[in-house]
Design a protein around this ligand. Sequence first.
Ligand SMILES: CC(C)(COP(=O)(O)OP(=O)(O)OC[C@H]1O[C@@H](n2cnc3c(N)ncnc32)[C@H](O)[C@@H]1OP(=O)(O)O)[C@@H](O)C(=O)NCCC(=O)NCCS
Length: 224
Amino acid sequence: MTDKPLIIIGNGEIAEMAHQYFAYDSPQEVAAFAIGAEYLKEATLAGLPVVPLEEIAASHPPDRYDAFVAIGDGQLNRIRRRQFDAMKALGYRLASYVSSKAFVWRNVEIGENCFILEHNVLQPFTKVGDNVTLWSGNHIGHRTVIEDDVFIASHVVVSGFCRIGRSSFVGVNAAFAPHVAVGEDNFIGMSAVVTASTEPDGVYQGHPAERRSVSARRYCRVRD
Ligand SMILES: CC(C)(COP(=O)(O)OP(=O)(O)OC[C@H]1O[C@@H](n2cnc3c(N)ncnc32)[C@H](O)[C@@H]1OP(=O)(O)O)[C@@H](O)C(=O)NCCC(=O)NCCS
C-alpha cells in the first residue's frame, strides 16, 4: 500500500463518497479533487481544492500523487473506464479502496481503481478486475470472477464459480445461481433471479430473469 496522497477524479456524489471513505477509512490522505474545466463548478469541495483535470499532471504529478476515478455506472461504466485509461496514460497509479468492514479472504485478487464498500464478502479464490465497484453488502462466492469495469449495486448474491462479464451493471438485490456466466455489457435489473448464463449486450429482469428485447448498450446510452 502506497502512502502517496490521492487525487479524486470527479466532483459528484460518488466523488464525495470516495472522499469520505478514503479520508476516514484508508491510509491515504486525500489532497484534491480534479474535474474537466468545463464541469468545474466550485473551487473547493469538502474543504479541498478542485483543480482542472487538464492541468493535473503539472499541479499534482504522478510521481507524487495517486489517483482514484470516482465515477458511477454511466454508459455501462464507459465514462469511468475512459477516465481510468486517461489517468493510466498520464502515468498515475490508480488506488483501490477496500472497506475495513469488508470481509476479503487472504487469496482474493483485486485490481486497480476498485471501490469495495462495507459488508461485502469476498470468499476464497475470487478475482476482481480493474475499475470495479462493489457497493455495500454483496456476497461474492468462492472462485467467482468479476471482470473489469463492472458495477454491482447493493445486496447482490453472486454464488460460487460465476463470472460477471466486462462492463456489466447489476442492480440491487439480484441473485445468481452457481456457475452462471454473465455476458459482457449486461444490464441486470434489481431483484433479478439469474438462473442461467446470459448473452452479451442483454437487459435481464424478473424471476427467473428473462431477456428484454432492448440492447443493453442502447438502454444505457453507450457511446463508444
Ligand atoms: C429502474 C428499473 C427498475 C426500471 O427500468 P425501466 O427500463 O425504466 O423499466 P420500466 O419501468 O419501463 O418497465 C419496463 C417493464 O419491465 C418491468 N420491470 C422493470 N424493472 C423490473 C425489475 N427490476 N424486475 C422485473 N421487472 C421489471 C416493468 O414491470 C415493465 O413491465 P411491463 O412492460 O410488462 O409493464 C430497472 O431498470 C432496474 O432494475 N434498475 C436498477 C436499479 C438499481 O438497482 N440501481 C442501483 C442503485 S446504485
